[in-house]
Ligand binder design. Structure first.
Ligand code: FNR
Length: 192
């Protein structure tokens, strides 16, 4: 059977983003769990703020075509997101909004329906960004992504990583591996 293909990205553009670090940990865990991970830096898409007038006059930006092709060629998503003002960062919502736009020869919500999603968050704060996870979970569920129930919120993210990007806390590492394994096996069962 072909490997489960998982697109891994963070809801942050920042170069030194804790969530990008955590996303890399997630990508390694997917590979360790028998899947194939592709890391996507949302900054590389250079998506404009969604504006229906812009879409009408100029069509889909190149970054959205790239994003949509990546989402369609993967079986699931592993997203690590910050929390902004107790909710989802604008960049992540903007990315989801662009991906939800239908292009010719595409089924409605083709980037989402039938995919499997897993979520983690990281924040320097005490709650680890957990409130953002509830919001992202709701949005992706409405878009008919099958969401893995387990999740992890990494609090005090500024103290959470070793210089090589690995997590200091073995229990957190185990939880990420367990989420990744559940994601990979769920995809495998759906494909079987
Ligand atoms: C934040 N931050 C934040 N943190 C948190 O735990 N709860 C919150 O509601 C917010 N709100 C918030 C709003 C805005 C506009 C910014 C810029 C930041 C802090 C945030 O967790 C911190 O900047 C993280 O480092 C962002 O994640 P990355 O970029 O490191 O992945």
């Amino acid at each position: 059977m072909p490997k489960a293909r998982v697109l891994v990205f963070a809801g942050s553009l920042r170069t030194d983003s804790y969530n990008k670090k955590l996303a890399h940990v997630c990508a390694k865990a997917v590979e360790a769990g028998g899947g194939e991970a592709t890391f996507l830096d949302l900054r590389d898409l250079a998506l404009p703020v969604f504006d229906e007038d812009l879409e009408t006059s100029q069509g889909q930006p190149a970054g959205n075509l790239k994003l949509k092709a990546l989402m369609k060629s993967h079986d699931g998503f592993f997203i690590s997101t910050p929390e902004y003002n107790s909710s989802i960062p604008g960049i992540l919502k903007n990315t989801i909004d662009w991906a939800s736009r239908e292009v010719p020869d595409e089924k409605p919500l083709e980037c989402f329906i039938g995919k499997v999603g897993a979520l983690v968050s990281a924040s320097p704060g005490a709650l680890g960004g957990i409130r953002s996870l509830t919001v992202v979970r709701t949005i992706l569920s409405h878009l008919q992504v099958l969401m893995i129930p387990e999740q992890l919120a990494v609090s005090k993210a500024h103290e959470a990583f070793n210089p090589d990007g690995t997590l200091k806390d073995a229990r957190r590492q185990q939880t990420i591996e367990s989420i990744a394994k559940r994601l990979v096996t769920t995809i495998e069962k759906l494909k079987a």
